[in-house]
Design a protein around this ligand. Structure first.
Ligand SMILES: Cc1cc2nc3c(=O)[nH]c(=O)nc-3n(C[C@H](O)[C@H](O)[C@H](O)COP(=O)(O)O)c2cc1C
Length: 318
């Protein structure tokens, strides 16, 4: 009798159903906190801190109008962290030093061209050439014939023209992105395509990560319909489905000659609430990320080079 009641409580009540989900979220929380920059030993996460600053500098250089003199504090911090990392006995990220050198050198070249003093940067950062290229590249919109060309031709761009994108083109692009696989073909991803001028302004204002970008023609909010997920084992599937869809969307946009950049979404209650209000998104749609998009000015466009890690450094054969 007691076991029957217990089974009813665990299987049928909110208390029972949320207990295991709660345990799994606690498991996620501990794993993330212990190993991410939030809680791990500094020497383990130094390369992450360095990569984040190097990226911020490179992104600053790739914006439509980089401000002469920007980033001095960041460069000083980058150099200090790099020196600290060199002193660590165990170095797991062998690309970091090259990345720092290339970033510092490219940054200094930009500042010197604008007559900004960079004498605070130690001379040794200019002595050896780095094998990595960072900074800004000029790319061309071209037809691509195979997947290798398609993949290597995509770059996140933050430079858009004022040309609008028609709703017909947006539907064609999203239809192409719908070729993405999804868990049990449930196709939970929903695409809010914001083309309204004043709403785009409101979103750009509330999202710090869009500072310095040209105004995009469209802001896509990629969300997942939570009603389509069954249980605790699918608690992260909305992000997997959404992430795969976003990658397809970026390629689809590129194939229509449209530039794009994925934009982080932190899933904080206040920010979710504000975006839900601006675009009238129901709370059952979990916001995964944003994608900003727009046509380039002509056939050529500017984007950060964003070097990739060596393939040997990310593949772990077993
Ligand atoms: C999940 C995710 C979040 C991102 N968020 C931002 C962002 O908030 N602001 C930004 O400028 N770029 C953002 N990006 C773009 C990355 O900076 C870019 O993908 C990276 O530097 C690699 O460059 P690539 O896309 O040209 O290969 C994001 C990318 C991803 C995948």
């Amino acid at each position: 009798m007691f076991n029957k009641i217990k089974s009813i409580i665990y299987k049928k009540t909110d208390f029972g159903k949320t207990r295991y989900l709660n345990y799994l979220y606690q498991y996620d929380l501990k794993q993330f906190y212990k190993n991410s920059v939030m809680g791990a030993d500094n020497n383990k996460v130094l390369p992450t801190k360095i990569r984040l600053i190097a990226h911020a500098i490179e992104k600053g250089l790739s914006l439509p109008c980089p401000k002469p003199g920007f980033g001095k504090k960041k460069i000083q911090e980058l150099i200090a962290l790099n020196e600290e990392y060199k002193g660590c006995t165990e170095q797991i990220d062998m690309q970091v030093e090259e990345l720092v050198k290339a970033t510092v050198r490219t940054y200094a070249e930009f500042q010197k061209k604008n007559n900004i003093d960079v004498s605070y940067i130690p001379q040794k950062y200019f002595e050896e050439h780095s094998s990595i290229q960072v900074g800004v590249g000029e790319f061309e919109i071209k037809d691509q014939n195979n997947f290798s060309e398609i993949a290597y031709a995509r770059h996140s761009s933050r430079n858009f023209s004022e040309r609008k994108i028609s709703t017909e083109v947006i539907l064609d692009v999203v239809k192409l992105a719908q070729t993405a696989p999804s868990a049990c073909n449930r196709q939970a991803t929903r695409v809010y395509a914001c083309i309204n001028d004043s709403k785009i302004d409101q979103i750009m204002k509330m999202h710090g990560g869009l500072n310095g970008f040209n105004k995009p023609a469209v802001i896509f909010v990629i969300a997942g319909e939570l009603n389509l997920y069954q249980n605790e084992f699918e608690r992260n599937t909305v992000f997997v489905d959404g992430g795969i869809f976003i990658m397809n969307l970026l390629y689809a946009l590129n194939s229509f000659g449209i530039l794009s950049c994925p934009i982080i979404w932190g899933s904080e209650p206040d920010m979710d609430g504000r975006l839900e209000t601006i675009l009238n998104i129901p709370h059952s749609h979990k916001i995964v990320a944003l994608v900003v998009a727009g046509y380039p000015n002509g056939k050529k466009y500017k984007a950060a080079l964003s070097p990739k890690r060596k393939v040997e450094d990310i593949v772990i054969f077993k």
